[in-house]
Write a protein of this length. Structure first.
Length: 321
């Protein structure tokens, strides 16, 4: 059932022994939401741990420096920025049917949790977490503020995406008052790149393919590619945005092979095309401008299926394109 901010705050204050679940292939928003909530709950004397099916990415090291998992038996399961329990990944899917509370901002949330606080108008789940913590009377420490800032900044592309609102800036102004290292975080999130990351971007640019009158850009990153290049999976985070950088591209698609014949698809829109609606046709979802899904089968077949979903949204007959 859907619950309000006040009801969410009361729920969190009245329970204990929290497992906070983040989604697989963690990004800044799920990490910031998870650790921001964890530190807030510990602040009021609760036991809380953050869990993920994948390792916490090194680029978010400042969120979990000094973090130590606590020993307790879980009583309350909370998912943050997780629209579908399938996104919990192999290590956490066991909790999928037992989520007591989900805090999210995805319009495509499948309402799998016992209680749901979802705000599709929020730019990031961290924005919703910020409001919940305010309702709880939590002290916004520098540590909590940096977690929440990172989630909002990364999900808005450092405040340049269309989901950026006045409220984002108001919240950020408060987080700045908490002493966050905004310049350092922005540099680590948006400017600093490892040599491996530069190698990833070189591959993406060289392997990009264009379809549907060059209005759709598509690139695939296979297991063979990763094996040949020796690149770590985390180096591919955030590459979806590269698919809509070329002039004239309306929809960009990055296809990443997670397991043999199983592909994670990230789709971005640089126009008024709703990629969430397209991805929902394939069992996925997300936001109007940024969405995803998972498809299985031969790569060429996956590409064709995706193009068959994208073409009608562009008013193009796939077979004539």
């Amino acid at each position: 059932m859907n619950i309000s901010l006040t009801e969410t705050a009361e729920f969190l204050k009245n329970h204990d022994n929290y497992y906070i679940l983040t989604h697989q292939s963690p990004d800044g928003d799920t990490m910031g939401s998870g650790f921001g909530l964890c530190y807030a709950l510990r602040q009021i004397g609760k036991n809380a741990n953050v869990l993920c099916s994948d390792e916490f990415p090194k680029r978010y090291h400042f969120m979990y420096e000094g973090y130590e998992p606590q020993k307790f038996s879980p009583e309350t399961i909370v998912a943050v920025d997780v629209a579908d329990k399938k996104l919990l990944g192999t290590k956490l899917i066991q909790y999928g049917d037992y989520v007591n509370l989900c805090i999210d901002h995805h319009v495509s949330n499948l309402h799998y949790a016992e209680r749901l606080l979802v705000n599709p108008d929020a730019a990031a789940a961290c924005e919703v977490i910020y409001q919940v913590l305010g309702e709880m009377g939590i002290e916004f420490t520098k540590q909590i503020a940096e977690c929440l800032y990172t989630g909002i900044a990364t999900d808005t592309g450092c405040f340049k995406y269309g989901n950026t609102t006045q409220l984002c800036h108001i919240i950020t102004a408060h987080l700045m008052d908490c002493g966050i290292r905004m310049e350092q975080i922005n540099r680590e999130m948006f400017d600093t790149k490892s040599k491996a990351r530069l190698k990833v971007e070189q591959h993406i640019n060289s392997a990009m393919e264009y379809y549907l009158d060059d209005k759709c850009a598509m690139v695939a990153v296979t297991l063979d590619t990763m094996k040949k290049t020796g690149l770590a999976l985390e180096e591919f985070e955030g590459i979806a945005g590269m698919s809509v950088q070329a002039e004239g591209v309306q929809v960009g698609v990055v296809i990443r092979e997670k397991d043999k014949g199983k592909f994670k698809v990230s789709m971005r829109s640089a126009s008024d095309i709703d990629v969430s609606a397209i991805c929902q046709k394939f069992g996925g979802g997300g936001h109007v401008k940024a969405a995803g899904c998972t498809l299985e089968g031969p790569l060429d077949d996956v590409k064709l299926r995706l193009l068959s979903g994208i073409a009608p949204a562009m008013g193009i007959d796939l077979w004539l394109a």
